[in-house]
Design a protein around this ligand. Structure first.
Ligand SMILES: N[C@@H](CCC(=O)N[C@@H](CS)C(=O)NCC(=O)O)C(=O)O
Length: 265
């Protein structure tokens, strides 16, 4: 029997292949980076709060979560990244950006890379609806994907979005949000402009790249046209970095973008 680690990823409906969760992308790319075989288990918001919370024994479980072959669940993308780093020491480090294995890396260098990743993770990479321009900007697109009365009731609830949160999110000035989103991307374009052909983590990609690419993938899955304006058109080096990560790991990300479907059939 060929059992694999399971990656629970978020979808808007049971048959959808539109993987829009920015945090799940961080783990997806981390697993690929460490050359770990895995299968994706599409999970809706209701399945996450119901079946998965129950089966894992973790009522607060979030996406991404992985299930190991012995049935252990690990969740929180950063915790999973740390687990991958120590569990697969012979594969390239996620935190050093120099292509060397975790085993060959200096502990101080790993710590530095980890702190850098964590800082980006809690800033640009975070998904809190209260502050993230990304969540606000792409909310109407995400809203359109959520179907079914029970599912919509959960997704639009005040418990999830705060008092009148749904109405407030839909009433926001989209032009202003687009402008702010572009400003979030500007420093990224600048960093790559200063060291073209490199990655955010270093000469090789790492967790910082996967966090930033997760944000890009979220945008791209929800609105490819707006994403081009916000991301690809903001600098040649950034555009090239996106292309390199789309094609990395045998074109894994590109394939998911091409096969993305929200259909319920
Ligand atoms: N810090 C966590 C954040 C995870 C998170 O917020 N995941 C979202 C999806 S992107 C989620 O599971 N949301 C469930 C819900 O809204 O009920 C991580 O990086 O894993």
């Amino acid at each position: 029997m060929n059992q694999k680690i399971k990656l629970y990823d978020l979808v808007a409906s049971p048959k959808s292949t539109c993987y829009f969760s920015p945090t799940a992308w961080k783990t997806r790319l981390g697993l690929l980076h460490k050359n770990v075989q895995f299968e994706t288990i599409p999970t809706t918001f209701l399945q996450l709060r119901g079946e998965l919370a129950q089966r894992s024994g973790c009522p607060d479980i979030t996406i991404p979560a992985i299930e190991l072959l012995d049935g252990t669940f690990i969740y929180d993308s950063f915790r999973i990244a740390e687990w991958l780093e120590t569990t697969y020491p012979d594969a390239p480090s996620l935190f050093t950006g120099d292509g060397k294995s975790s085993r060959e890396s200096q502990p101080e260098q790993v710590i530095l890379g980890k702190n850098y990743s964590r800082l980006v993770d809690l800033g640009l990479g975070a998904s809190k609806s209260e502050w993230a321009v990304w969540y606000e900007l792409f909310f109407p697109q995400q809203d359109k994907l959520i179907t079914g009365d029970e599912h919509r009731a959960y997704f639009t609830s005040d418990a999830r979005l705060g008092p009148q949160g749904y109405q407030k999110l839909l009433a926001l000035d989209r032009q202003e949000l687009t402008r702010r989103a572009k400003m979030n991307v500007q420093p990224l374009a600048q960093i790559l402009h200063e060291r073209s052909n490199e990655y955010f983590q270093g000469t090789h990609p790492g967790q910082v790249d996967y966090i930033i690419f997760g944000r890009y993938a979220y945008c791209r899955m929800l609105d490819a046209e707006l994403t081009k304006e916000i991301w690809n058109d903001q600098g040649e080096e950034l555009n090239e970095w996106i292309e390199r990560l789309c094609q990395a790991f045998d074109g894994h990300a590109q394939r998911l973008f091409d096969n993305s479907s929200t259909s319920e059939n």
